[in-house]
Design a protein around this ligand. Structure first.
Ligand code: ADE
Length: 420
């Protein structure tokens, strides 16, 4: 089995983790049962560039059960669970290219391996694979790709920009934008796993701390809600008036970062944008301020500016914690080198929420395969039918059913439908 992983000896531990996660992914299991019988992806070459976690392992197992020939590479150099990567190769026969802590050259070598697999369908988390596919070297290959799924906000933003510039060469399904993804994974998944990463990295007591949440999209909303639940005094910063207003009405303090910088104990960026914490903010931070990022790329905190400002640097004062001492002997603690803290220092989102995101991925793949001749090189939403099926299956897994409209109610609502 072609692969590049840290050590195959780690496979037994990885297999246990994969099996543990599978127990909390009942919707994916339901799809797997159907796929095992009907093989809707028979012979389909799929390259996935995703965080290599126990949850992703269960996603690729379903693709394989459906008959696909799958290759998995890492979508981030720090998020790979090496034992899971090993188990995927050894116990499940998946081609895996991922080593935790891989350098930039290895990261790109692994992306190239994913394209050399000649995929007809790709899955991305951050759009790095798709970007490489659009480079001069691989552009011809893009013509063979029937469609691509994108898992995260940053990736969708990148792909929409490519569509706008008329550079997009494949149809995209924006899995991230599905309700069954962002209302749950981005909100409850990021909310919980970001706190988990911060606590594992620092052992910080949140009660009574001032936590500054940078960005109030689904991820920021989830994190702010959970930080408040742990007793933190939460401040939200935003650039969008509506989101700022929403944060106020959700009961948070809202102010510009120019003011929040001097009062925060812990800052977490969740914006998808560049340098939302920067020199002018570091200059105002208190001694002992802790900063981290939960957005996809490590650009949200201006680390080069932090390095420039600092007089002294101590690496790993604790695992995942680097100490920068600024003029005035103020120490700033940077977590996980500014990479997404929930996957760098913890295990990413819990399996139960990834169940919905990855079921969306799989059903979107099946949709692409059935409909690719009709699809243009555009960014599409996930069809509503898929979202409704996933929500129903997830509720069913919790033992919950909901009401149906009566005939009378249907008729009443339809009577308002002027023009049809
Ligand atoms: N993104 C966030 N959490 C994740 C997880 N557990 N697995 C894969 N991708 C993720």
């Amino acid at each position: 089995m072609p692969h590049d992983v840290t050590s195959l000896k780690l496979a037994p531990q990885g297999k246990k983790r994969i099996e543990w996660a599978a127990q909390d992914m009942p919707v994916l299991e339901e799809i797997k049962d159907r796929f095992t019988k009907s093989k809707p992806l028979k012979g389909l070459k799929v390259s996935c560039c995703l965080h290599v976690t126990a949850e992703t392992a269960n996603l690729v197992r379903v693709l394989k059960a459906g008959g696909a020939n799958v290759l998995l590479c890492a979508s981030n150099p720090l998020s790979t669970q090496d034992d899971v990567a090993a188990a995927l190769v050894k116990s499940y026969g998946i081609k895996v290219y991922a080593r935790t802590g891989e350098d930039r050259t290895t990261y790109y070598k692994h992306l190239e391996a994913a394209l050399k697999h000649k995929p007809e369908v790709t899955m991305d988390d951050g759009a790095d694979l798709l970007s490489l596919l659009h480079s001069n070297k691989y552009q011809k290959q893009a013509l063979q790709v029937k469609g691509s799924m994108e898992e995260t906000t940053t990736g969708v933003i990148r792909l929409q920009a490519m569509e706008k510039a008329e550079k997009l060469m494949v149809p995209i399904i924006a899995v991230n934008d599905a309700k069954t993804k962002n209302m749950f994974d981005n909100r409850y998944g990021t909310g919980q796993s970001t706190l988990d990463g911060i606590i594992r990295a620092t052992d910080l007591l949140l009660a009574g701390k001032t936590v500054v949440v940078v960005g109030y999209g689904w991820c920021g909303r989830g994190f702010a809600m959970r930080a408040r639940g742990m007793g933190a005094n939460v401040i939200v910063t935003e650039v969008d008036q509506i989101k700022g207003l929403e944060a106020v009405m959700d009961g948070f303090r809202v102010m510009p970062m120019s003011r929040a910088a001097s009062v925060g104990d812990l800052f977490c960026t969740l914006t998808g944008d560049i340098h939302v914490l920067r020199k002018e903010h570091f200059k105002k931070m208190k001694d002992g301020a802790t900063i981290c990022n939960s957005g996809h790329f490590d650009v949200e905190i201006d680390i080069p500016a932090l390095k420039k400002l600092s007089r002294k640097f101590r690496k790993n004062v604790r695992d995942f914690v680097d100490e920068y001492t600024l003029p005035g002997n103020r120490r700033i603690y940077l977590l996980g080198q500014g990479r997404l803290i929930n996957l760098a220092a913890a295990e990413g989102h819990p399996a139960s929420v990834m169940d919905m995101s990855f079921s969306t991925q799989v059903l979107a793949t099946e949709y692409v395969l059935k409909n690719h001749k009709k699809l243009l090189n555009k960014v599409y939403y996930v069809p509503e039918k898929i979202e409704n099926w996933i929500a129903k299956a997830k509720l069913k897994s919790f033992g919950i059913s909901i009401d149906k409209l009566t005939k009378e109610q249907e008729k009443y609502l339809a009577s308002w439908d002027i023009g049809t």
